[in-house]
Unconditional design. Structure first.
Length: 200
């Protein structure tokens, strides 16, 4: 019989610029990020790096300040491997929103496990610069508009919990806490069981 070979896990520590998600209490998340400077920074490289991080974290949008980068831009994407819809918005400015709104459950990578019903305009018109430093004005609707507006909140130093009523946020946080505690209890129980089995 062939012997099993252990796969050596590649150490990614050499990736100095690995972007790490900050906790929601980080000060940088409450500030308007510094304007993206196309002369100083490589927009294409930032787009790639941010999309990689976003996909790794399993999100559909990520703002630079969420990973501690003080630059005004965000990325969105559907997470697909092929024919992916991926975009970066540098120095964005929302020009107009539809009056018609829609409520949907929303999450945020900075708040793992927290889901809130948020009402947002169905349509948004946004001016921004692409990674090619090209100025565009585009209109989006549906889920894409929602993701853009969610990320745009991060560009203003806000987050989605400020778009819901305090009571709703508190309730959702409580439920999350309960779930977390239950999870911890289960983990504890499992480790007790493992240790008990060890001694036998
Ligand atoms: Zn977010």
């Amino acid at each position: 019989m062939e012997e099993l070979e252990l796969t050596k896990i590649e150490d990614n520590e050499t990736l100095v610029d690995e972007l790490k998600l900050l906790t929601p209490d980080a000060e940088i998340l409450r500030k308007i990020p510094t304007e993206f400077d196309f002369e100083k920074d490589d927009a294409k490289e930032w787009k790639t790096k941010m999309l990689e991080t976003m996909k790794k974290l399993g999100g559909v949008g990520l703002s630079a300040n969420q990973v501690g980068v003080d630059k005004r831009f965000f990325v969105i994407g559907d997470g697909k491997e092929e024919d992916a819809f991926e975009k970066a918005f540098f120095n964005p400015l929302v020009i107009s929103c539809s009056e018609e709104k829609e409520s949907m459950k929303e999450g945020c990578l900075s708040y793992p496990g927290l889901w809130l019903m948020i009402s947002r305009p169905k349509q948004v018109t946004i001016r921004y610069w692409t990674e090619e430093n090209e100025e565009l004005i585009e209109t989006y609707e549906g889920v894409t508009a929602r993701v853009i507006l969610h990320e745009y909140d991060h560009m203003l130093g806000y987050n989605f919990t400020q778009r819901a009523s305090k009571l709703k946020v508190e309730r959702a946080m409580k439920a999350l806490n309960k779930k977390f505690k239950k999870h911890q209890r289960l983990l504890k129980q499992q480790s007790v069981n493992i240790n008990n089995n060890k001694e036998e």
